[in-house]
Design a protein. Sequence first.
Length: 113
Amino acid sequence: MLLSTDIWVSALIRRAEQGGAFAVVARKGDARAGAVLVKLVDRRAGTARLYSEALRGDGDRFWMQPAGSGKSEADLDAYIARAARIDPDVWVVEIEDVEGRHFLVEPVEKDGA
């Protein structure tokens, strides 16, 4: 049984905070089944990345950096705004971590993978 989105997001935020990062729900979507975008920001380094959940053909969940999301924080914010127009149930979790950790426990595809 999969967790509802609100519980899964709460667990992600808790993992980030326990790791010394700052995490916040930047956009709240459907509590039971909303998709999730994770925006990772390192303000010291001036970097930002976006992760989107996806499903493989066998039903396993993994995370990837969506094509067309860009590299700057402004590009990521524009991508998030487009995604929210398409899917009003989408959640956005923003994590600020100086070590660049995303705190996702599922597999994460590397850049360009």
